[in-house]
Every structure is written in structure tokens, then in C-alpha cells.
Design a binder for this molecule. Structure first.
Ligand SMILES: Cc1cc2nc3c(=O)[nH]c(=O)nc-3n(C[C@H](O)[C@H](O)[C@H](O)COP(=O)(O)OP(=O)(O)OC[C@H]3O[C@@H](n4cnc5c(N)ncnc54)[C@H](O)[C@@H]3O)c2cc1C
Length: 351
């Protein structure tokens, strides 16, 4: 199987690039204006909108300083770099969830290529002996092309992972994909008996409480996140307060005695001190052992906090993305933290 190619994303900036860079700068300036007048909600919406735009992707990924900023959040472009980053995390007492970047593929050939790269990753994890599992996106495996294609690709990955003693977590994408994602998960988990597959639930969605109650009763392996996609108020809490309150509620449901007795396992995936403290308070009040759940944070974000949690005796796993298709992931990280955007824009001007 072929190793992930290190395709250089920084190409020479010619006249077209200069024009595109101007367009992106105008967008960034527009973003600044929006922040000043309308606050972070608007900025987040703009960045999430740009994360799906092909033109913006071309502009950003062809511009060398963009990688300089993105590489704070991405372990590298090759499997070897991802494994090296994982070794460093393991040495600090943290596990990893490795993510071969890519999403929303448009044909079966691309989906098969992603599947093969992830198969290669599974073997590299096994051979290197690092403490890691794998995260995948169903749209990377062909969900938007054909549901059965994604199912077949995920089945191939789970089969290999099981043979190697590894687990795979299905990341959650935009709300339109939640039903199909949970359906495919259940077909593989219960219909085909794969006990090495887990899912993700987003506290921003109104539906998540029902989903969590069912998953808890099924003894699922659940990562709880706030949700990284732009969702309309018809399906998701529009304000942070609503998302945060739901996050705590859902974490408590998944940590309840009932859920744990059914075999549910919770990963609390957040950088938010208030969420971390709420979960720790619940755990202390209910005498839960430190290994009753794990905290998960993203590679390169709040590194000191990651180490503090380890020092407190908590289980910590870091989500480690790698690969050349880093643009949408990078834009979602910018949307979460405007300070990162200013760093990006200042690099843009310096270049
Ligand atoms: C391990 C992991 C896996 C994830 N998987 C998924 C998934 O499958 N599907 C999905 O939709 N989303 C996923 N997410 C993203 C998640 O939904 C949120 O978008 C993201 O975690 C930001 O929310 P937050 O909980 O950190 O809190 P926020 O309310 O966004 O932030 C709280 C505080 O955390 C700090 N912080 C947050 N983000 C950053 C940053 N980028 N840089 C620096 N500081 C920051 C800041 O201090 C901020 O004030 C995942 C997140 C993690 C940690």
C-alpha cells in the first residue's frame, strides 16, 4: 500500500495567486469589520462558510504562511509525522486519536483512496506500537456519494482494525448527516457485531438528548463535543449558553450509573475549563474513579491544559490530524478562536 504523498501545498505565488490573496485579504478585512460591529457569532459564520468554499481553499492553501499557522494544529502531512507526534504525546502520558484529514469526497475513487490511506495508518499504528486509535469521517469514505459505499469502506476499516486490536471512532459532521451516521454505526455495531466502533454526539443539536439516552442504554462508546459546524436555530442552540448547558446535561447522562452499567464510555472533548470543571465536579460527587471517562483535546490547542490534566491523574487523549487536506479543519479551528485568525492575518501581511 502506498504511503501518503507529501504533496507540497505551497506553490509559487504568481499573478493569479496575488489576485486570490487580495480576495482573501478582503474577506479577512470583512471578517474584522463583522467582529467589530456584530461580534464573534458573525465571524464564526463567515469562517465556517469559507471552510466550504473551493475558491477560498485554493487561495489559503496556496499561500505559504497559511501552512505556517495551520501547522500549529496539524501534526504534518505524512503518516510518519503523525506517528512521531503520537510518540511525543504518549511520552507525556497522553493517548491519541489519529485523523487522516479529508472529507466530502465526490467519487468512489477518492473514497477508496482515503480508505486505503487509513488502512495504511492502522498498520503503522500497530507496527509502531503507539497508543492510538483512529477517527474517520463518513463523508471522507463516500457518504455523500452513496451510503452503501461509505458502509463498505468503513466495514473494511473496522475489519482490519479488529484484527489488529484497534478501535475506530466515527466523527460527527453537519446535522444533515447525523441520522445516516448513527444508522450506519448501529448497522455495524449491532447488525455486524463490530465492538470496536464508537460515535460522536454534538451538544449544540436539540436532538442530541434523545440520541444520548438511546446510546447510553445501548452501552455506546461516545465522544461528546459542542459541535463545529454552522447549524440553523431550527436544529441547534443559537447561543453558547444553551450549547454549554446541554453539554453538561449530556455528559452527566453518559456518566450516570445506569449508562455505565450498560457499558457506556464517555470521552469529554472540549477545551472549555467550565465544561471540564463541571464534569470533574459530577465525577467527584458520585465517587467516580479517574478512569471512568477520558478528556480529549485537539492537537496544538491548550497544550499546558493538556499536561495539567495528565498531572491531575486524568486520562487524556489528543486528536491528532495529519495529511494534505487540512483546509476545512483549519478553518473550523479559526472559527472557534478569533485570536488564531489575527495570527493568521498578520502572517498573511508579513509574507
Ligand atoms: C478531541 C475532539 C474531537 C472533536 N470531534 C468533533 C467531531 O467529531 N464533530 C464536531 O462537530 N466537532 C468536533 N470537535 C470540535 C468541537 O465540536 C468544538 O468545535 C471545539 O472543541 C471547540 O469547542 P470547545 O468545547 O473547546 O469550547 P469553546 O466554547 O469553543 O471554547 C471554550 C474555550 O476553549 C478555548 N479554545 C477553544 N477552541 C480553541 C482554539 N481553537 N484555540 C485555542 N483555544 C481554544 C478557549 O479558551 C475558549 O474560550 C472535536 C473537539 C475535540 C476536542
Amino acid at each position: 500500500m502506498e504511503k501518503a504523498k507529501s504533496t507540497p501545498t505551497a506553490t509559487t505565488a504568481g499573478g493569479t495567486s496575488a489576485l486570490m490573496a487580495t480576495v482573501t485579504l478582503a474577506a479577512a478585512a470583512g471578517a474584522g469589520y463583522l467582529v467589530y460591529h456584530n461580534g464573534e457569532m458573525w465571524l464564526r459564520s463567515l469562517l465556517l462558510y469559507l471552510s466550504r468554499m473551493r475558491l477560498a481553499r485554493q487561495v489559503v492553501t496556496r499561500f505559504p504562511p497559511a501552512w505556517a499557522v495551520a501547522s500549529r494544529f496539524i501534526a504534518g502531512e505524512s503518516v510518519d509525522e503523525a506517528i512521531a507526534a503520537t510518540r511525543q504525546l504518549n511520552a507525556k502520558g497522553m493517548s491519541a486519536a489519529l485523523d487522516y484529514l479529508g472529507e466530502s469526497v465526490t467519487d468512489a475513487r477518492e473514497a477508496a483512496a482515503a480508505r486505503d490511506q487509513i488502512l495504511y495508518l492502522l498498520h503503522q499504528i500497530h507496527e509502531s506500537g503507539v497508543d492510538a486509535y483512529v477517527s474517520v469521517k463518513l463523508s471522507q469514505l463516500g457518504l455523500k456519494v452513496d451510503e452503501n459505499l461509505a458502509l463498505a469502506n468503513l466495514r473494511a476499516l473496522l475489519t482490519e482494525a479488529k484484527a489488529l486490536g484497534l478501535r475506530i471512532r466515527i466523527d460527527m459532521e453537519e446535522s444533515a448527516l447525523v441520522d445516516t451516521t448513527l444508522d450506519l454505526y448501529r448497522r455495524l455495531r449491532f447488525g455486524e457485531g463490530f465492538d470496536n466502533v464508537g460515535v460522536v454526539i454534538q451538544s449544540c443539536l436539540y436532538r442530541s438528548e434523545d440520541d444520548v439516552r438511546r446510546l447510553a442504554a445501548e452501552g455506546a462508546w461516545v465522544r461528546l463535543v459542542k459541535g463545529a459546524y454552522k447549524e440553523p436555530p431550527s436544529v441547534a442552540y443559537p447561543q453558547k449558553a444553551g450549547v454549554d448547558a446541554a453539554f453538561v446535561r449530556l455528559a452527566e447522562l453518559l456518566l450516570s450509573e445506569d449508562a455505565r452499567q450498560h457499558g457506556a464510555q464517555l470521552a469529554v472533548a472540549t477545551h472549555d475549563d467550565a465544561m471540564i470543571a463541571a464534569v470533574q465536579r459530577y465525577a467527584a460527587a458520585h465517587n467516580l474513579p479517574k478512569d471512568a471517562f477520558e478528556f480529549q483535546l485537539l492537537y496544538g490547542i491548550r497544550r499546558e491544559r493538556q499536561e495539567q490534566l495528565v498531572a491531575q491523574g486524568c486520562r487524556v487523549r489528543i486528536y491528532v490530524p495529519y495529511g494534505t487536506a487540512w483546509y476545512p479543519y483549519f478553518m473550523r479551528r479559526l472559527a472557534e478562536r478569533p485570536a488564531n485568525l489575527w495570527f493568521f492575518v498578520s502572517n498573511f501581511f508579513k509574507a
